[in-house]
Design a protein around this ligand. Structure first.
Ligand code: WQD
Length: 334
């Protein structure tokens, strides 16, 4: 019985495949390399010394997707496939709705046709929109999304709720990620955004390595400890391990829909991230204060107690680990 991982060559997908293979799972990856690199597949094999099946397909292509289900006995699906750049989603909403939502629907429809009923969904803290209060629990208000990317995640969560209610036989786990950062300790896989990074940590490491000139800190006039944005940064390996626990939960349960925040429960400001990176790596990060970025919120961090109580999962890696592993990855690449 195999685990189908859509987007398995991507940042979070590849780290999750490494953990699945370490657990002895049979893995089938589909990816179209729209936001990932083929070399990552070889790196996964190098890290784990294990093999897996791979199909270079777009999950929107139903005929090709059906072939994957015909050729493999799929027990569960983890869906990472989807575009994920907030800024790009504002410029290209139709592209995001088609790829993220239509893609998920083609996948779910094919699962139904093949009787596959265990589904783990890569959701995001963006479904909470601008939080009324923090820390965020899974019962916090959702839906006030401030960009099409977040809205696609919110809509897919609603689709999953309707599927669960109507069929009443599926096992569904929705994982709401906070801010994934870091890289595998080997430095062989990590975050490889195409072009100039939108996200903070990939930008910091490129300034530290001289690829980019200086970091623009988007606003220092928020109502936070030092005026800069506060987020819950979580090491990508901790995040990957959360998926193993989610699958274990779905194996134990007969049917159910479960929602979990995957965060550390601690918020760090942009300035704190810069200082932590400089302390961990000894590298200087040149920065300037710039105007706020449209769509940004001031503070967002998780209450991760539910995942600890029900999945037996908690983030273990420190901010130092996140900074060191991010720096190690970019150095191995250069
Ligand atoms: C973090 C903080 C910025 C870049 C988004 C998505 C989320 C997830 C992670 C997919 C903010 C500040 C950033 C820069 C800066 N994506 N910043 N200068 O926006 O919290 O979350 O990415 O899973 O779903 O919403 O992450 O890293 O872009 O920003 O000052 O060059 O760093 O203002 O306060 P964000 P981010």
């Amino acid at each position: 019985m195999s685990i189908l991982v859509t987007g398995g060559a991507g940042y979070i997908g590849s780290h999750t495949v490494v953990e699945l293979l370490k657990e002895g799972k049979e893995v089938v990856i589909i990816d179209n390399f729209s936001n990932s690199n083929p070399q990552t597949l070889e790196k996964i094999k190098e890290i784990t010394n294990k093999d897996f099946k791979f199909y270079e397909i777009d999950y929107l292509n139903k005929e090709k997707l059906k072939k994957v289900f015909e050729e493999n006995k799929i027990d569960a699906v983890i869906n990472f496939a989807g575009y994920k750049a907030v800024g790009e989603s504002v410029k290209e909403p139709i592209k995001y709705y088609i790829n993220n939502i239509s893609g998920a629907l083609v996948l779910l429809e094919t699962m139904k046709e093949f009787g596959v009923k265990k589904f783990v969904f890569s959701s995001s803290a963006t479904v909470y929109g601008n939080p009324e209060k923090v820390p965020l629990t899974e019962d916090s208000k959702v839906g006030g999304t401030t960009n099409p990317y977040g809205t696609t995640k919110f809509f897919i969560e609603r689709i999953l709720e309707d599927i669960y209610k109507s069929y009443n036989t599926w096992d569904i786990c929705i994982l709401r990620y906070f801010n994934p950062v870091g890289a595998h300790e080997s430095g062989l896989i990590g975050e490889e955004p195409k072009g100039v990074p939108n996200n903070l940590m990939p930008y910091i490491v490129r300034v530290a390595s001289g690829i980019l000139n200086e970091l623009s800190i988007f606003g220092n006039d928020y109502d936070t400890k030092d005026g800069t944005g506060v987020r819950d940064y979580i090491h990508v390996v901790d995040l990957a391990k959360g998926h193993i626990k989610a699958l274990e939960k779905l194996d134990k349960e007969q049917k159910g829909l479960f929602i979990y925040n995957l965060g550390t429960g601690t918020g760090y400001s942009v300035l704190e991230m810069v200082k932590a990176f400089e302390k961990s790596t000894g590298k200087k990060v040149k920065y300037k204060i710039a105007p706020r970025r449209a769509g940004d919120i001031a503070i967002c961090y998780a209450d991760p107690r539910k995942a600890k109580q029900e999945l037996g999962w908690e983030a273990k890696k420190t901010l130092e680990d996140m900074c060191r592993d991010s720096w190690n990855f970019i150095n191995k690449k250069c």
